[in-house]
Design a protein around this ligand. Structure first.
Ligand SMILES: NC(=O)c1ccc[n+]([C@@H]2O[C@H](COP(=O)([O-])OP(=O)(O)OC[C@H]3O[C@@H](n4cnc5c(N)ncnc54)[C@H](O)[C@@H]3O)[C@@H](O)[C@H]2O)c1
Length: 376
């Protein structure tokens, strides 16, 4: 199938914006405009991406008025996502918006109230939804091969701290959103009780304060599924992403650490203690030496996410992961972040299809009050 072509704007050109830019260029997509509020980031990205002739902008509103873009990728600081996405929504330009939607849950609700819940406005950069190994795992779960899910644990561990320029409101908000969404997606459930704890593992130096370098998040659902997220930036042997699902009929282990870069095993263990024939290995991508640490594991998922985004944008179809889904994951990480700030107390959460009712439930759960543990 030939690639759809869109004229892209890239707004936010730090580490992640450049990763997206390189993928789009490799996919034969024209970069018609580039932008960043920081001129140094703009200049360095222009050189790194080798884009010539692209219009240049230092704010999102001006880029959104540019007539020659069909779509935009926004990878600015998380705290600026809503501010930078809104002009493109108003201009009717489809957005690939990096995760999370916003740094604050209250701001997320305000933003969704402004832009609405239409599913063809923006695709959120939760690339696990496009990862072949995880999509295959979901197929096995949905096919009933595990029986009913009793327990699920998702692990996300970086090898290194983020860059000095990075904005994070806290480790649970920033890293947790990926695996929070993954677990909600794989189980099809929403949390009922949520708790979190933050830790400082030994001998770790970061240029930014995220409230700790390691976190455990736990939650249970209305149906009694027991869930856990393990997060850290201290995995000395390489980027580590794995998901372990215990069902009533078997166990599924996705991405058991086996070298980085390396294979991504999807191992389905039966009640007889043997490997099911539908177990399968996926391969990480080969990336250049200077790539971001998450690229070998997720490069192919980023590529698929962009292809799917273009097809949906071109045919005015719904995006696969939107502001609605990321809002659910944000509720979960907000509750865990607040719990961790209060020593691990339980937060009770609930959702509603109606935005105002959902917001009220979050208010009742004390998730919208001005919060502690904020880094900059
Ligand atoms: N989907 C993923 O796996 C993934 C991975 C990393 C980051 N992200 C998301 O992408 C967004 C941006 O993250 P990032 O890692 O690109 O952060 P970053 O700190 O590298 O870039 C963010 C901003 O910092 C400034 N900046 C960066 N490098 C600079 C430089 N050399 N000189 C001057 N200014 C500079 C720029 O204004 C830039 O837009 C965040 O919302 C983050 O959550 C997603």
């Amino acid at each position: 199938m030939s690639e759809s072509v869109l004229r892209y704007g890239l707004f936010g050109l730090g580490r992640c914006g450049c990763v997206h830019g390189e993928i789009l260029i490799a996919q034969g997509q024209p970069i018609a405009a580039i932008g960043d509020e920081n001129p140094a980031a703009l200049a360095s990205a222009k050189q790194r991406l080798g884009v010539r002739g692209a219009a240049e902008f230092t704010n999102a509103s001006d880029m959104a008025r540019h007539k020659e873009i069909d779509a935009v990728v926004i990878a600015t600081h998380t705290k600026d996502h809503a501010r930078d996405a809104e002009p493109f929504v108003r201009a009717g330009i489809p957005i690939y918006l990096e995760k999370p939607l916003t740094a604050d849950l209250a701001e997320a609700f305000a933003f969704v109230k402004t832009v609405g819940l239409r599913r063809n406005l923006m695709q959120i950069g939760l690339q696990r939804r496009f990862d072949q190994a995880l999509a295959y795992a979901k197929e096995l779960i949905d096919g009933g091969l595990l029986g009913e899910i009793r327990e699920i644990r998702a692990v996300l561990r970086d090898q290194h701290p983020p860059p000095a320029t990075y904005f994070s409101r806290g480790l649970i908000i920033d890293m947790g959103i990926h695996v929070a969404d993954e677990v909600l997606w794989l189980t099809g459930e929403f949390p009922r009780v949520v708790w979190g704890r933050m830790f400082n593992a030994k001998n770790y130096q970061s240029p930014i304060d995220e409230g700790g370098n390691t976190a455990h998040v736990g939650f249970t659902t209305e149906r009694g599924t027991i869930c856990r997220l393990d997060l850290s930036r201290t995995h000395a042997s390489g980027y580590n992403n794995e998901t372990y699902v215990i069902g009533t009929k078997g166990t599924l282990h996705v991405g058991r650490f086996s070298g980085y870069p390396g294979q991504i095993p999807v191992e389905l263990w039966t009640e007889r203690g043997s490997l099911h024939p539908r177990s399968k290995n996926f391969q990480m991508a080969e990336c250049a030496g200077n790539c971001a640490e998450f690229q070998p594991r997720f490069q192919k998922a980023f590529e698929r996410a962009h292809r799917q985004f273009r097809e949906a944008a071109k045919h005015h179809r719904d995006f696969a992961v939107t502001q609605a889904e990321v809002l659910d994951a944000q509720v979960l990480v907000e509750a865990a972040h607040r719990s961790a700030a209060r020593g691990g107390v339980d937060y009770f959460v609930a959702r509603s299809e109606g935005l105002e009712a959902y917001r009220q439930l979050c208010r009742d759960s004390k998730l919208l009050e001005e919060s502690a543990l904020r880094s900059s």
